[in-house]
Design a binder for this molecule. Structure first.
Ligand code: FAD
Length: 563
């Protein structure tokens, strides 16, 4: 790239502003990769919807998200007439975002029924995650209730009895905001977070077959959801995880009376400030057991895995927004007479961010495809899904912390100011590594999937098939992959949990490099990125060696360029 010598603009025009950017058009890689993961007819149908959402996410939706973030929900304990009736007051901006996500885009419904966005069948996971990927570039907080509702419907359909499914599925998948029932997951207690075996909330049988739940739940996102999946210990059940069962808790009882639980307070949070996370006290609340007694954690794992996957998708989307912002700035901000994208040190910084964001994107769509195949009944696809999900949740959520932080720096001082999207991206990104299982817990889950589900073999077979289908496989990747698998096997055998994170990172990096090399059939730049993953994140490097690696212009396009 030649460096144009330009005088720095003076005043407001010197501060680039990306507001109004269509984040779908600004990111042609998404459109280039989707044909690999979606059937032609669905992609053709979906593309105008993605384009509209891209415009919203860079404009109106971004404004709503910023407003909702600075006007968090408020817990009200009484009506204005003094009646004891709890409610959560949301800013109208949050309500508008709900209408877009649950209503217009049917994000919680489109996996479960036909008719969303006028498509005549339920959509495959890749469609849901393409929409999520764009939506989350503007708003992260609301994506939790959306994912919870979708995941609760999935788990209820899998394990709930037919009467419960018939009663609640239509409302859970409604696009009419007056009819919609949202979902939540109340698992964590003060003494039971990562270690769910400590669950202390109790369940006592009612004469009509329902249960009465009593005790405290400590973190309850979407606290006023109409339905929640709750873990509790039936009276007389054994201690430990085998004594924990799964229950469906309605906010209102079938006769319309409020159920017997209270939202005690809402948490004051670093991120996801638009969305209400509360503490809840159950006071003999009516609930129905879902599935087998004592199988609570096994069944809840289905919901947790689905929302872990959604978290990985959200981390990928947030990284993409961060990279889009950084590239936009880098092409416009002038320092020392040139746009900063021309400066060698800046190019290296941008490329490092890009590599992590693009690894996550490949993992998202490959995992979505594994989910589609698994739901279609392919046994080896389930084993693959079981390992890709925690790999993505673990590594992409950690990378999102770094990438959003680095993007903030590309904007200079303005990056730290809440007027621009970067600061909120940083605040939100930090949560991904904590909820739905912390990094340690999720990395350990990778080893668990390997030990219990044969997932290492399934992943090895999948990567080998991708390599065989890649015209120009990267030299060294096959050997590096073999070493990553050897490390993971060693961690699972005698190495122990101390190696879990190292092994998970190694598997993620070789898997994503293999996927990106395979994707080069649609977009040649994927091969360059795959090689960078290998060089920067897999192979040993000499920190004392001088490395001058020119970054090609094709990797750092201007997201604001007219196309
Ligand atoms: C904003 C927010 C919203 C949330 N919403 C919900 C919700 O809607 N529903 C819900 O059920 N929960 C929710 N959570 C709770 C969240 O899932 C838990 O906080 C999380 O799982 C960790 O549990 P903990 O806080 O008890 O931490 P702990 O389990 O006490 O963990 C503390 C530390 O110990 C580490 N650790 C624990 N076990 C191991 C191990 N075996 N090896 C190595 N390290 C270990 C952890 O990695 C962590 O760093 C929410 C949390 C937040 C912050």
């Amino acid at each position: 790239m030649t460096i144009p010598n330009r005088p720095a603009p003076i005043g407001a025009e010197a501060v680039p502003d990306s507001h109004g950017l269509n984040v779908f058009r600004a990111d042609p890689t998404l459109a280039a990769l989707l044909p690999l993961y979606l059937p032609d007819d669905l992609l053709a149908h979906l593309t105008p919807h993605l384009d509209r959402l891209g415009g919203l996410a860079g404009g109106r939706l971004a404004e709503l998200a910023a407003t909702a973030d600075t006007n968090p929900p408020e817990l009200l304990h009484r009506t204005r007439r003094g009646e004891d009736a709890q409610s959560i007051a949301y800013h109208p901006a949050y309500r508008d975002m709900e209408r877009l996500a649950f209503g217009d885009y049917g994000l919680a419904a489109l996996s479960h029924r036909a008719g969303v966005l006028d498509w005549p069948a339920p959509m495959p996971a890749a469609a849901k995650y393409a929409i999520t990927y764009l939506f989350v570039q503007a708003e992260f907080g609301l994506m939790c209730p959306v994912s919870m509702t979708d995941s609760l419907a999935r788990t209820l359909r899998r394990f709930g009895d037919a009467a419960l499914v018939d009663r609640y599925l239509p409302a859970l998948t409604s696009q009419d905001m007056d009819a919609l029932f949202q979902g939540a997951m109340f698992m964590t207690e003060q003494g039971a977070g990562s270690d769910i075996a400590n669950t202390a909330v109790t369940a006592a049988p009612n004469p009509d077959g329902s249960w009465a739940l009593t005790g405290d739940k400590w973190f309850c996102s979407n606290a006023d959801a109409e339905l929640a999946m709750v873990l509790a210990r039936p009276e007389g059940a054994p201690a430990g995880i085998k004594g924990v069962s799964l229950f469906l808790l309605p906010r209102l009882l079938p006769d319309g009376a409020p159920n017997r639980y209270r939202i005690v307070r809402l948490k004051e949070k670093l991120g996801t400030r638009s969305m209400a996370s509360g503490e809840i006290t159950l006071e003999g609340a009516t609930a129905w057991m879902v599935g087998e007694p004592g199988a609570g954690m096994r069944q809840m794992a289905d919901m947790v895995n689905n929302s872990r996957l959604s978290n990985g998708v959200r981390a990928a989307g947030m990284m993409r927004r961060a990279v889009t912002e950084a590239l936009f700035i880098a092409h416009r901000r002038i320092a020392f007479g040139a746009p900063i994208v021309t400066l060698p040190l800046m190019r290296r910084q941008l490329a490092k961010m890009l590599v992590r964001a693009e690894q996550a994107r490949s993992m998202v769509f490959q995992t979505a495809e594994a989910l589609r195949r698994s739901d279609a009944g392919e046994p080896s696809a389930y084993a693959l899904l079981r390992i890709l999900t925690p790999l993505l949740k673990f590594r992409a959520c950690r990378d999102a912390r770094v990438v959003t932080g680095d993007a903030m720096e590309v904007r200079g001082g303005c990056g730290y100011i809440e007027d621009f999207p970067d600061a909120r991206l940083v605040r939100d990104a930090h949560l991904g590594s904590i909820w739905e299982g912390t990094s340690n817990i999720v990395a350990l889950d990778v080893l668990r999937a390997a030990a219990r589900e044969g997932s290492l073999e399934a992943l090895a077979a999948h990567l080998s098939a991708l390599r065989a289908d890649t015209p120009d496989p990267l030299p060294q990747l096959e050997a590096a992959t073999a070493r990553a698998f050897a490390l993971a096997r060693h961690a699972g055998d005698e190495g122990g949990p101390v190696l879990a994170r190292q092994a998970a990172s190694a598997l993620y990096n070789v898997a994503s490099a293999t996927m990106m090399a395979w994707e080069a059939r649609a977009l040649p730049e994927r091969a360059t990125l795959a090689a960078m993953v290998l060089a920067h994140r897999v192979l040993p490097r000499d920190p004392l060696a001088a490395t001058d690696e020119p970054i090609p212009d094709s990797l750092l396009p201007d997201p604001g360029a007219k196309r």
